[in-house]
Design a protein around this ligand. Structure first.
Ligand SMILES: [Zn+2]
Length: 232
């Protein structure tokens, strides 16, 4: 019995030593890789953001747009052109639904009721830049990073052919009466426009990195792949 106990203790000691060696080996292997990854991280670009002083925000009310929204989603190969207003001036729910569909999460196909203020901004962009279609790079994202306004269906990444991201960024900034987030992405060439959470102040940023492939964009952990769903 005593022998058996000694034997198992020895076995455990051997196991611990082996594990220690394994950890040490893994550590040694991992270190040069981590060092090598450093320059690549630099390449990813920089994020520079700032709040917006009250005096820089729009004080006068926004003129009502035509209501026309023309969105293309090159990634989904879809296009929607609708007027978000009914004849009586109220929001047209069927037009919003058509836009919600093109704003759906590209990875998970989940659809959400998008903040209609974004659609009004889209109509203002449409009116301002000569009624050209707005290309949607990203709308709602059912993603892992829940801090993103995309996750809350109140953000969009947009471009307009023939309009520089700088002009788009400048124009979007004139629409902010408080509570908007506007970011420019020179590398991807789009402008991010969002409506922040209630009470959250306006924010501006420039991100010279590319958002493509960012881990925060992986599907939400709440998302379950429906393998039984017919592929339509
Ligand atoms: Zn965005």
């Amino acid at each position: 019995m005593a022998n058996l106990a000694t034997r198992s203790s020895r076995l455990m000691l051997v196991a611990c030593l082996s594990l220690g060696t394994l950890v040490a080996t893994t550590f040694c292997i991992a270190e040069p890789a981590a060092l090598a990854a450093k320059p690549a991280k630099k390449k990813r670009g920089k994020f520079a953001g700032h709040g917006v002083k009250q005096g820089k925000l729009r004080t006068e009310p926004l003129a009502r747009p035509s209501g026309w929204v023309h969105v293309t989603h090159p990634g989904l190969h879809e296009e929607v052109k609708v007027n978000i207003y009914k004849a009586d001036g109220s929001l047209d729910e069927s037009a919003l639904a058509a836009l919600d569909s093109v704003f759906r999460c590209r990875r998970t196909k989940e659809t959400r009721a998008v903040d209609p203020r974004l659609y009004e901004v889209l109509s203002m962009i449409y009116d301002h830049f000569g009624q050209r279609p707005v290309q949607l790079a990203s709308g709602f994202r059912y993603q892992r990073n829940e801090g993103s306004r995309h996750f809350h269906a109140s953000a969009m990444d947009v471009t307009v052919k023939g309009v520089s991201y700088r002009d788009m960024y400048a124009f979007a900034s004139t629409l902010d009466r408080g509570g908007m987030g506007i970011g420019q992405y020179p590398r991807d060439g789009f402008v991010h426009i969002d409506f922040r959470a209630p009470g959250e102040p306006s924010y501006r940023w420039t991100d010279t990195g590319s958002k493509k492939g960012a881990s925060g964009r992986l599907p939400s952990r709440m998302f379950k792949k429906r393998s039984t769903r017919p592929s339509t």
